[in-house]
Design a protein around this ligand. Sequence first.
Ligand code: NAD
Length: 343
Amino acid sequence: MGGAQPLAVTLNGGACLCVEVDASRIERRIEHGYLDVRADSLAEAMALLEQAKRDRAALSVGLLGNAADVFPRLLAEGADIDVVTDQTSAHDPLMYLPVGVDFDDWVPRRTEDPDGFTTAARESMARHCEAMVGFADAGAEVFDYGNSLRAEAREGGFSRAFDYPGFVPAYIRPLFCAGKGPFRWAALSGDPADIAATDRAVLDLFPDDDHLQRWIRAAQRRVSFQGLPARICWLGMGERHLAGLRFNDMVAAGELSAPLAIGRDHLDCGSVASPYRETEAMRDGSDAIADWPLLNAWSTSPPVPPGSPSTTGVASASAARSTPVRWSSSTAPRWRAKRQSGC
Ligand SMILES: NC(=O)c1ccc[n+]([C@@H]2O[C@H](COP(=O)([O-])OP(=O)(O)OC[C@H]3O[C@@H](n4cnc5c(N)ncnc54)[C@H](O)[C@@H]3O)[C@@H](O)[C@H]2O)c1
């Protein structure tokens, strides 16, 4: 269980079971309002969730257990589950607790025998992923959250690991195609009132965007700030600059007590370039090409003269794929000259 998922489900009116091997994580997420309650057994958790479903109430339940054990049990019991995903730290087998290893032995076991631990973790991930494919076969909506569970499960011997899609091709890429992506900002004053003011500005700027209206109001009620007060929302092409300019005006007019820092989410700029995660299933076959950081560097570099190769996305993308360049202000002119001479 990561922190985001239980809250995402309840914000959307759903009921969910979150399986976690670390009791302290469950307690912390309840304390911060990201998770509602804890159950002491799978039977108790399912009873609570069945009741929430009957009452059409949003509820998230944390269960102490190993996903590689609980998911197959739920499948075998024929649990009526509509949506299945996973947010364990599967990108690193040493961070995934295999079945049969006690939580307290996790660190000593992986320190003493990292190779043996990796093999055991991959075997457990194979069982975990196999259960997810089983839920997909039974008709559930199943997706990978971008944590590499499928690639590790395949290493662990499960050949159907990629039978369900990653979340980017399944849901997010169509939004990218329409120019929509994450846009976020933090209040450098540290004052939550500044974020409340920007919330009002965004609600005022985009009154017809129902998703955005619902999200901002829900985030105000349910998302607690960690570190500097901050907000994220998804805006489309032709919208972000409107929000940025409104924020500039608010700072200039003293409506905010300090400037904001506008940032970009990894989904929007660098992302994970991997055929097994976020750039999987690119329609032009460029799944494993890590040119996004370069594109990002170019698009945020100082302006260059019109007509130079890096002023168009197409030229940048094709150049990055064929020309490995270590970026620095001194390499830029040399590299451009090389491109223009056709080398
Ligand atoms: N797609 C995205 O945008 C996105 C965003 C954030 C994180 N991620 C990925 O999601 C994964 C989790 O990230 P996080 O920041 O939530 O990490 P996290 O460490 O906060 O949470 C992972 C949790 O998994 C638990 N866990 C480990 N093995 C388990 C097992 N066998 N059964 C049940 N629980 C187990 C850990 O105790 C931990 O609490 C990472 O692989 C990360 O790369 C993807």
